[in-house]
Ligand binder design. Structure first.
Ligand code: MD6
Ligand code: FE
Length: 216
Protein backbone atom coordinates (compact mmCIF):
# COMPACT_ATOMS: atom_id res chain seq x y z
CA UNK A 1 0.00 0.00 0.00
CA UNK A 2 1.21 3.52 -0.78
CA UNK A 3 0.40 6.50 1.42
CA UNK A 4 -1.17 9.50 -0.28
CA UNK A 5 1.28 11.97 -1.74
CA UNK A 6 0.26 15.62 -1.52
CA UNK A 7 2.22 18.72 -2.42
CA UNK A 8 4.73 19.55 0.33
CA UNK A 9 3.00 22.77 1.40
CA UNK A 10 -0.36 21.07 2.08
CA UNK A 11 1.39 18.37 4.09
CA UNK A 12 3.29 20.73 6.40
CA UNK A 13 2.45 19.93 10.00
CA UNK A 14 0.38 16.87 9.13
CA UNK A 15 0.87 13.52 10.84
CA UNK A 16 0.60 10.07 9.35
CA UNK A 17 0.53 7.12 11.70
CA UNK A 18 2.36 4.02 10.54
CA UNK A 19 1.29 1.91 13.50
CA UNK A 20 1.15 2.24 17.26
CA UNK A 21 4.26 4.25 18.18
CA UNK A 22 5.31 5.30 14.67
CA UNK A 23 4.37 8.60 13.09
CA UNK A 24 5.52 10.76 10.18
CA UNK A 25 5.68 14.45 11.09
CA UNK A 26 5.56 16.16 7.71
CA UNK A 27 8.07 19.02 7.34
CA UNK A 28 8.81 19.08 11.06
CA UNK A 29 12.53 19.77 10.42
CA UNK A 30 11.97 22.59 7.91
CA UNK A 31 12.56 25.51 10.32
CA UNK A 32 15.88 23.91 11.37
CA UNK A 33 17.44 22.88 8.05
CA UNK A 34 19.86 25.80 7.68
CA UNK A 35 21.30 25.21 11.13
CA UNK A 36 21.33 21.45 10.56
CA UNK A 37 23.39 21.74 7.34
CA UNK A 38 25.78 24.16 8.96
CA UNK A 39 26.35 21.73 11.85
CA UNK A 40 26.65 18.80 9.46
CA UNK A 41 29.44 20.62 7.61
CA UNK A 42 31.52 20.69 10.82
CA UNK A 43 30.72 17.05 11.64
CA UNK A 44 31.88 15.85 8.21
CA UNK A 45 35.14 17.77 8.59
CA UNK A 46 35.99 15.80 11.74
CA UNK A 47 34.30 12.48 10.97
CA UNK A 48 34.12 12.04 7.19
CA UNK A 49 31.49 9.90 5.47
CA UNK A 50 32.78 6.40 4.76
CA UNK A 51 31.45 3.09 3.46
CA UNK A 52 31.53 0.56 6.27
CA UNK A 53 31.89 -3.20 5.76
CA UNK A 54 29.22 -5.65 6.93
CA UNK A 55 30.18 -8.60 9.16
CA UNK A 56 29.78 -10.73 6.00
CA UNK A 57 32.42 -8.66 4.21
CA UNK A 58 30.24 -6.53 1.93
CA UNK A 59 30.86 -2.80 1.46
CA UNK A 60 27.71 -0.90 2.42
CA UNK A 61 26.39 1.32 -0.38
CA UNK A 62 25.13 3.88 2.16
CA UNK A 63 27.93 6.23 3.29
CA UNK A 64 27.86 6.86 7.05
CA UNK A 65 29.21 8.99 9.82
CA UNK A 66 28.08 9.77 13.38
CA UNK A 67 27.98 12.37 16.08
CA UNK A 68 27.22 12.07 19.76
CA UNK A 69 28.60 10.12 22.66
CA UNK A 70 28.27 6.90 20.64
CA UNK A 71 28.43 6.09 16.94
CA UNK A 72 27.04 3.10 15.09
CA UNK A 73 29.76 1.10 13.37
CA UNK A 74 29.98 -2.07 11.32
CA UNK A 75 33.02 -4.16 10.42
CA UNK A 76 34.02 -7.84 10.15
CA UNK A 77 33.53 -8.18 13.93
CA UNK A 78 29.85 -7.13 13.79
CA UNK A 79 27.51 -4.19 14.33
CA UNK A 80 27.86 -2.13 17.51
CA UNK A 81 28.06 1.33 19.06
CA UNK A 82 31.51 2.73 19.69
CA UNK A 83 32.50 5.91 21.53
CA UNK A 84 35.42 6.34 19.10
CA UNK A 85 35.49 6.78 15.35
CA UNK A 86 37.55 3.85 14.01
CA UNK A 87 38.76 6.05 11.15
CA UNK A 88 40.35 8.73 13.35
CA UNK A 89 40.60 6.93 16.73
CA UNK A 90 39.04 10.06 18.26
CA UNK A 91 35.66 10.57 19.89
CA UNK A 92 32.80 11.31 17.49
CA UNK A 93 31.91 15.03 17.22
CA UNK A 94 29.45 16.15 19.90
CA UNK A 95 25.72 16.38 19.13
CA UNK A 96 25.12 19.98 18.04
CA UNK A 97 22.48 21.93 19.96
CA UNK A 98 20.18 22.13 16.91
CA UNK A 99 20.27 18.32 16.57
CA UNK A 100 19.31 17.86 20.22
CA UNK A 101 16.49 20.39 19.99
CA UNK A 102 15.11 18.89 16.78
CA UNK A 103 15.21 15.33 18.15
CA UNK A 104 13.70 16.25 21.49
CA UNK A 105 10.85 18.37 20.10
CA UNK A 106 9.97 15.79 17.42
CA UNK A 107 9.88 12.98 19.98
CA UNK A 108 7.71 15.11 22.23
CA UNK A 109 5.30 15.88 19.36
CA UNK A 110 4.99 12.14 18.80
CA UNK A 111 4.22 11.40 22.45
CA UNK A 112 7.71 10.53 23.73
CA UNK A 113 8.60 13.35 26.14
CA UNK A 114 12.10 13.85 27.50
CA UNK A 115 13.97 12.06 24.72
CA UNK A 116 17.68 12.77 25.12
CA UNK A 117 19.64 11.04 22.36
CA UNK A 118 23.28 10.11 22.84
CA UNK A 119 23.88 8.96 19.26
CA UNK A 120 23.13 10.29 15.79
CA UNK A 121 23.83 8.10 12.75
CA UNK A 122 24.13 10.12 9.54
CA UNK A 123 23.38 8.17 6.34
CA UNK A 124 24.10 9.44 2.85
CA UNK A 125 22.42 7.83 -0.17
CA UNK A 126 23.51 8.28 -3.79
CA UNK A 127 21.55 7.27 -6.89
CA UNK A 128 20.51 3.60 -6.66
CA UNK A 129 21.61 3.29 -3.02
CA UNK A 130 19.28 1.25 -0.85
CA UNK A 131 19.12 0.04 2.72
CA UNK A 132 17.93 -3.54 3.00
CA UNK A 133 15.33 -4.59 5.57
CA UNK A 134 16.75 -4.61 9.07
CA UNK A 135 15.87 -4.12 12.74
CA UNK A 136 17.52 -1.46 14.92
CA UNK A 137 18.52 -3.56 17.90
CA UNK A 138 22.05 -2.55 18.92
CA UNK A 139 20.75 0.11 21.31
CA UNK A 140 20.69 -0.67 25.00
CA UNK A 141 17.38 1.04 25.70
CA UNK A 142 14.41 0.03 23.52
CA UNK A 143 12.10 2.19 25.67
CA UNK A 144 13.50 5.27 23.92
CA UNK A 145 12.18 6.04 20.42
CA UNK A 146 14.22 6.68 17.28
CA UNK A 147 13.87 10.02 15.54
CA UNK A 148 14.65 9.96 11.82
CA UNK A 149 15.12 13.15 9.79
CA UNK A 150 15.03 13.11 5.97
CA UNK A 151 16.99 15.72 3.98
CA UNK A 152 17.62 16.24 0.28
CA UNK A 153 16.26 13.89 -2.37
CA UNK A 154 13.04 12.04 -1.55
CA UNK A 155 13.03 8.32 -0.82
CA UNK A 156 10.56 5.54 -0.20
CA UNK A 157 10.85 4.19 3.31
CA UNK A 158 9.71 0.61 3.85
CA UNK A 159 8.03 -0.09 7.15
CA UNK A 160 7.32 -3.74 7.89
CA UNK A 161 6.43 -5.85 10.88
CA UNK A 162 8.14 -7.92 13.55
CA UNK A 163 9.10 -10.61 11.01
CA UNK A 164 11.30 -10.01 7.96
CA UNK A 165 8.66 -11.56 5.68
CA UNK A 166 5.85 -9.27 6.93
CA UNK A 167 4.28 -6.97 4.37
CA UNK A 168 5.72 -3.45 4.20
CA UNK A 169 4.09 -0.06 4.03
CA UNK A 170 5.75 2.20 1.45
CA UNK A 171 6.18 5.65 2.91
CA UNK A 172 7.42 8.49 0.69
CA UNK A 173 9.72 10.80 2.69
CA UNK A 174 10.65 14.30 1.52
CA UNK A 175 13.20 16.93 2.58
CA UNK A 176 12.25 18.06 6.11
CA UNK A 177 10.04 15.10 7.02
CA UNK A 178 10.64 13.43 10.39
CA UNK A 179 9.66 9.90 11.41
CA UNK A 180 9.41 9.05 15.11
CA UNK A 181 9.37 5.45 15.98
CA UNK A 182 9.07 3.68 19.29
CA UNK A 183 6.94 1.67 21.65
CA UNK A 184 5.34 -1.48 20.23
CA UNK A 185 6.91 -1.09 16.74
CA UNK A 186 10.42 -0.22 17.95
CA UNK A 187 11.86 -3.49 16.63
CA UNK A 188 9.93 -3.71 13.38
CA UNK A 189 11.80 -4.41 10.15
CA UNK A 190 12.33 -1.43 7.88
CA UNK A 191 14.49 -0.27 4.97
CA UNK A 192 14.87 2.24 2.17
CA UNK A 193 14.11 1.55 -1.54
CA UNK A 194 16.85 2.32 -4.09
CA UNK A 195 17.21 6.10 -4.36
CA UNK A 196 15.86 7.57 -7.58
CA UNK A 197 18.41 9.79 -9.33
CA UNK A 198 17.71 13.49 -9.08
CA UNK A 199 19.08 16.83 -8.06
CA UNK A 200 18.21 18.63 -4.82
CA UNK A 201 19.14 22.29 -4.28
CA UNK A 202 20.47 21.49 -0.81
CA UNK A 203 22.19 18.11 -1.19
CA UNK A 204 22.85 17.68 -4.92
CA UNK A 205 22.44 14.07 -6.03
CA UNK A 206 22.05 12.68 -2.51
CA UNK A 207 19.63 12.02 0.32
CA UNK A 208 20.82 12.50 3.90
CA UNK A 209 19.11 10.82 6.82
CA UNK A 210 19.79 11.50 10.49
CA UNK A 211 18.67 8.90 13.03
CA UNK A 212 18.81 9.83 16.68
CA UNK A 213 18.95 7.09 19.26
CA UNK A 214 19.59 6.44 22.89
CA UNK A 215 22.33 3.87 22.43
CA UNK A 216 24.19 3.69 25.73
C1 MD6 B 1 16.89 5.98 6.45
N1 MD6 B 1 16.44 4.83 8.46
O1 MD6 B 1 15.77 6.47 6.46
C2 MD6 B 1 17.21 4.79 7.29
N2 MD6 B 1 15.68 3.15 11.47
O2 MD6 B 1 17.80 6.42 5.77
C3 MD6 B 1 16.42 3.83 9.34
O3 MD6 B 1 17.04 2.81 9.21
C4 MD6 B 1 15.55 4.00 10.49
O4 MD6 B 1 14.45 5.90 9.56
C5 MD6 B 1 14.88 3.21 12.53
C6 MD6 B 1 13.93 4.18 12.65
C7 MD6 B 1 13.77 5.08 11.66
C8 MD6 B 1 14.59 5.02 10.54
FE1 FE C 1 17.05 1.50 10.90
Amino acid sequence: MTLDLFADDTRTGSREFLGEGAVVLRQFASPHVDAVFSALHDIEAHAPFRHMVTPGGFRMSVAMTNCGEYGWVSDRRGYRYDANDPLTAHRWPALPEVFLTLARTAAEAAGFPEFIPDACLVNRYGPGTRLSLHQDKNERDFAAPIVSVSLGLPAVFLFGGPQRADKCLRVPLAHGDVVVWGGPVRLHFHGVMPLKAGEHPRTGETRINLTFRKAG
